[in-house]
Design a protein around this ligand. Structure first.
Ligand code: DI6
Ligand code: FE
Length: 410
């Protein structure tokens, strides 16, 4: 909360605010009751008690009266698959009639049906459909989002998807991280040669797309219906050779040792974790891997095995919460609803939920130096809420209390 010395430049001061700073050292939400926040050049230069701000500094600034509203860090959705063609409403009906997700996937539906639709879609089609979902998240105060590819599964369609991800960041005032998830499913043209796909991915696809500046991180789906730990290791080795951070879809449907695998590669995060055991959690803790909980996928799949939240707490693994927005297991575009589900289905506290969509989500993206808390030095990404207490953000279902959203000070 240190103030920088130079008071020059145009400042914006948000006054009369209640701040939930989420600052790491603070207890709980790091609440400041009579708070103010100052931004200059898109960065926070002060977040603290408003009586610490001299009158002459106020006089020179653009002042916004928050009328006692709450300010939190802008929300961060750290795990989405927002870019894809078509939808899977028909499969939803099949599941309502009794088919399971794995049965549908094994019979050529599931991820592969979205792959067909994504390959057929033009870049413009993909931008148009993704924008509607992105706008829903932005309307809830999301200021940073991670978007994975993984519905292309060949170099052209993965490139097209990642180009769309980059375009979204130009079209809307939001920070976007692009994650290459070509190890999401085995594409049909490699159905009889898994090894060849993994080889192509590691030797050609990752290096080519990384060289084009389209990749911020590499992810893989480690699961009995997707890729084995050995195959994932091959992909992660390739990513690491290029200096790209890795993330893992781990232990979502079964315990495949995903938590430990993520730890072995020093992953930014291991995501889902429904079936991760104590050894996996312990490995994540010692390697500093964040946990990303995705309660909407759990809900949609009517999963009953919840992630090991008590162990994650015991080993002090930072827990993030995200939408997993995707056409199959999480057709949702509300991070606030994901927080409610994390509380109700997984037993997270309100403070854990809010940290999960801010500070710990930043951590899961490797962006903790720049976003995720209201502290001097970070980007001025804010969500201003019409609420009386932070718990309201988690407690309501399908209600958006956002009053205003600020991205990079604007
Ligand atoms: N786990 C998921 O929940 C999504 N991907 C993954 O690896 C599901 C993707 C889909 O069904 O389209
Ligand atoms: Fe996912």
């Amino acid at each position: 909360m240190a103030e920088s010395d130079d008071p020059g430049g145009v400042e914006t001061i948000w006054l009369n605010a209640r701040l939930a700073t989420l600052a790491s050292g603070a207890t709980g939400l790091g609440t400041i009751d009579n708070g103010a926040l100052i931004a200059r050049d898109a960065r926070i230069v002060f977040a603290g008690p408003q009586d610490a701000i001299p009158a002459d500094r106020r006089a020179r600034a653009r002042v916004v009266d928050c009328e006692r509203r709450w300010i939190t860090p802008g929300l961060i959705d750290c795990h989405t698959h927002l870019v894809y063609g078509g939808d899977r409403a028909r499969e939803f009906e099949m599941r309502l009639a009794g088919a399971t997700y794995e049965e549908i996937a094994r019979s050529g539906g599931g991820i592969l049906s979205s792959v067909r639709a994504t390959r057929e879609a033009s870049e413009e089609d993909l931008i148009r459909s993704a924008l509607r979902r992105l706008d829903a998240l932005i309307a809830e105060g999301v200021t940073t989002i991670e978007i994975k590819s993984g519905y292309g599964l060949d170099v052209e369609a993965e490139r097209k998807s990642l180009r769309v991800v980059r375009r979204l960041a130009e079209i809307r005032p939001v920070a976007v991280r692009a994650t290459l998830l070509a190890a999401h499913a085995l594409p049909p043209e490699f159905a009889d040669d898994r090894a060849a796909y993994v080889e192509t991915l590691a030797e050609r696809m990752i290096p080519a797309l990384a060289a084009e500046g389209l990749v911020d991180a590499v992810d893989a789906f480690c699961e009995r219906i997707a890729f084995t730990p050995a195959e994932v290791a091959r992909v992660f080795d390739a990513a690491r050779r290029l200096g790209l951070p890795v993330k893992l879809h781990a232990d979502q449907l079964s315990n495949g040792g995903g938590g430990a695998l993520a730890a072995k590669f020093g992953a930014l995060s291991a995501d889902h974790l429904e079936y991760t055991d104590e050894a996996g959690v312990a490995a994540m803790a010692s390697a500093g891997v964040a946990a990303v909980l995705l309660p909407a996928a759990y809900y949609v799949l009517r999963e009953t095995h919840a992630p090991p939240v008590a162990l994650l707490r015991k080993y002090r693994v930072p827990m993030a919460v995200a939408t997993d927005s995707n056409p199959g297991t999480s057709p949702m575009t509300s991070l606030l609803l994901a927080l409610n589900m994390a509380a109700t289905l997984f037993g997270l506290t309100v403070d854990e939920c809010l940290a999960g969509a801010t500070r710990n989500a930043a951590r899961a993206l490797g962006l903790e130096a720049d976003i995720g808390t209201l502290e001097a030095g970070k980007w001025a990404d804010l969500a201003i809420w019409d609420i009386e207490q932070p718990a309201e953000l988690v407690y309501r279902l399908g209600f958006n209390a956002l009053h205003a959203r600020v991205w990079r000070g604007q």
